[in-house]
Design a protein around this ligand. Structure first.
Ligand code: PLP
Length: 391
């Protein structure tokens, strides 16, 4: 039988980190000490108070189908959070919840894009945007950052390059601040330029704000707060994975104009149906508490961030104002080899797992997650430095 599959889905690339992850697991199983700087989640447990709400909710029988796109209490808690933390006003029918920010983003792309539409992705960008956009039949268009991205205080977006990438098919730009993988946080001036650019070219702005609570040395500002004129073309995406250490609970949401949110909600109703009720209850509680719930964990991450920056003194990296990553420029040490190769060698020789820049559309860099305890963090960084400095 001739085996034919979807061309669109067959063209998606498997995660570039998969091979490295399985190699790291194999080495660890063989007894080798692995310094795992490749993780994308905080190493803190979900706050106990949130867990208790979920257990109580289960005991009360919240085990049936819930409301597609999120029950009213959850969407009200999100609307209140957006007012309190971001100074943004969204009605509850402008908010849709789903199974993680990842699913919500996927559904936003499916709802927004037609075949051949182009979406601008300033690099470095989160690994899933490209394949989700392709799966929606559209074309991801990576745009390189300015060379000054690694100079302290340098801009993260190159607006000349972004302007040059616009074509008649461009529909949207995706931004992610605080940024995975580089930790940059966009300032007010860059956000203003971004808003003016989107309005000039009649583009949607999809703003992935999932690392919002991890903005340490620069305030997180939502682009819509800077430019209310974006309202009709702006979709905010966020979730509880990072800010509340709830990666496994799978709660994400989008806020945007009612017409597109109705389409996203429709997709939710035909795919995952709903967020489980007991998880909704826990998420509603967490959102009501806000960032104070995680203040000690966030302070710990900030201390690790500072320790990482100190340890890497003399190396070039993007200024890590937020998230929990440092994006280290390894080009001076690559000697013509790829950062993918360098990451593989770092794992083999030093037992240090990192994610190569190729995964984020920017080769020549490695992403270091500083979600390890301080002792392992510093020991692992010493290994990275020794490895890079070795001739
Ligand atoms: C930038 C960014 N956006 C979205 C997500 C998806 O988060 P989740 O699906 O866990 O809500 C992640 C997860 O790593 C991320 O780093």
């Amino acid at each position: 039988m001739e085996r034919k599959f979807s061309k669109r889905i067959s063209s998606l690339s498997p995660s570039p980190t998969l091979a490295l992850n399985s190699k790291a697991a194999e080495l660890a199983a063989g007894g080798k000490k692995i310094f795992n700087f490749a993780v994308g989640e905080p190493d803190f447990p979900t706050p106990q108070a949130v867990v208790e709400v979920a257990i109580d909710s289960l005991r009360r029988g919240r085990t049936r189908y819930g409301t597609s796109g999120g029950g009213r209490p959850l969407r009200e808690a999100i609307a209140e959070k957006l007012r309190r933390d971001n100074g943004l006003d969204f009605a509850i029918d402008e908010i849709v919840c789903g199974i993680g920010a990842k699913e919500i983003l996927f559904h936003v792309f499916l709802a927004l894009l037609n075949d051949g539409d182009e979406v601008l992705l300033p690099a470095p960008f989160w690994v899933s945007y490209t394949d989700q956009i392709r799966a929606a039949g559209a074309i991801p268009v990576p745009v390189m950052p300015p060379a000054s991205i690694t100079s302290q205080g340098g801009d993260a977006l190159d607006f000349n390059a972004i302007e040059r990438a616009v074509t008649a098919r461009t529909r949207a730009i995706v931004i992610n601040s605080p940024n995975n993988p580089s930790g940059y946080v966009l300032g007010a001036a860059e956000l203003e330029r971004l808003a003016a650019f989107a309005i000039k070219h009649n583009l949607w702005v999809i703003s992935d704000e999932i690392y919002e609570y991890m903005a340490f040395s620069r305030e997180h500002i939502s682009p819509l707060k800077i430019q209310p004129g974006l309202r009709s073309r702006f979709i905010l995406v966020n979730g509880l994975s990072k800010g509340f250490a709830m990666t496994g609970w799978r709660v994400g949401y989008a806020a945007g104009p009612k017409d597109i949110m109705a389409l996203v909600k429709n997709l939710e109703s035909h795919s995952s149906t709903c967020i489980p009720g007991f998880i909704e209850d826990a998420a509603t509680f967490a959102l009501g508490q806000g960032r104070t719930l995680m203040a000690p964990a966030i302070a710990t991450l900030d201390a690790r961030r500072k320790a990482t920056v100190n340890a890497l003194d003399g190396f070039q990296f993007v200024r890590p104002d937020g998230a929990f990553y440092v994006f280290l420029d390894v080009r001076p040490f690559c000697d013509g080899r790829s950062s993918m190769f360098v990451s593989g060698a770092l794992l083999e020789e030093e037992g240090v797992a990192v994610v190569p820049g190729e995964a984020f559309g920017l080769p020549g860099f490695i992403r270091i997650s500083y979600t390890l305890g301080e002792q392992d963090l510093l020991a692992g960084l010493e290994r990275v430095k020794a490895f890079l400095r070795r001739p």
